[in-house]
Design a protein around this ligand. Structure first.
Ligand code: IMP
Ligand code: MG
Length: 189
């Protein structure tokens, strides 16, 4: 599978992602000259965190949280993996792939402030504002987008495509159809 074989519109090319992440890292460093804890949200934030921390030229600790959705319409979230680092009194930046409804980052911000973080700002590569259900203040934003579904650079569709080196706006139905056509042509059905 390569990006060129997937039907979609390129939102950010590899070089554009790199310059976006460079900008975000510089802004974070400027706000936290005394150092910062970057908390990445698994799994979507994994590419962003890896590149972001290499663009933060101040003292920087890295940790990860994983959340799992549950309940009716998967509209609630619970902790699947907790932090190892004590964030009490520290300046924290939450690094996420995309803010959609705002549920996830609202939960994480509340958790971090309960843990005594001095600050807990959000750094998101993508901001899908039209889908917001909870208002959230996003301090560092890579790109504001519309309602389109996005894959690549950590973002998945059914656990695939996280490894694409670019961000593609695509239609989940088209992906599903292409996948079942591939399976058919390999005679697996
Ligand atoms: P929120 O809690 O609705 O803001 O959801 C954010 C999470 O949903 C992200 O961290 C992603 O894991 C996932 N997500 C939302 N939109 C997309 C998308 O377009 N592609 C892939 N994952 C997405
Ligand atoms: Mg996902």
């Amino acid at each position: 599978m390569s990006a060129s074989s997937i039907e979609g519109r390129t939102l950010l090319r590899r070089e554009e992602i790199a310059s976006t992440v460079e900008r975000l890292g510089a802004a974070i460093a400027a706000d936290h000259p005394e150092g910062v804890v970057v908390v990445g949200l698994l799994k979507g934030g994994v590419c962003l965190v890896a590149d972001l921390v290499r663009n933060i030229p101040v003292d920087c600790s890295v940790d990860f949280l994983a959340l799992m959705p549950y309940g009716a319409g998967r509209s609630r979230v619970a902790l699947a993996k907790d932090l190892d680092i004590d964030v009490a009194g520290r300046g924290v930046v939450i690094a996420v792939d995309i803010v959609d409804s705002g549920l996830t980052v609202s939960y994480v911000r509340r958790l971090l402030s309960e843990r005594g973080a001095r600050s807990a700002d959000v750094c998101t590569l993508l901001d899908r504002r039209p889908s917001r259900l909870l208002p959230v203040d996003l301090r560092y934003v890579g790109l504001a987008i519309g309602t389109e579904y996005v894959i690549g650079y950590g973002l998945d569709f059914e656990e695939r495509y996280r490894n694409l080196p670019l961000l593609l706006a695509t239609d989940p139905e088209t992906l599903r159809r292409a996948e079942s056509a591939n399976v058919d042509s390999r005679g697996e059905r």
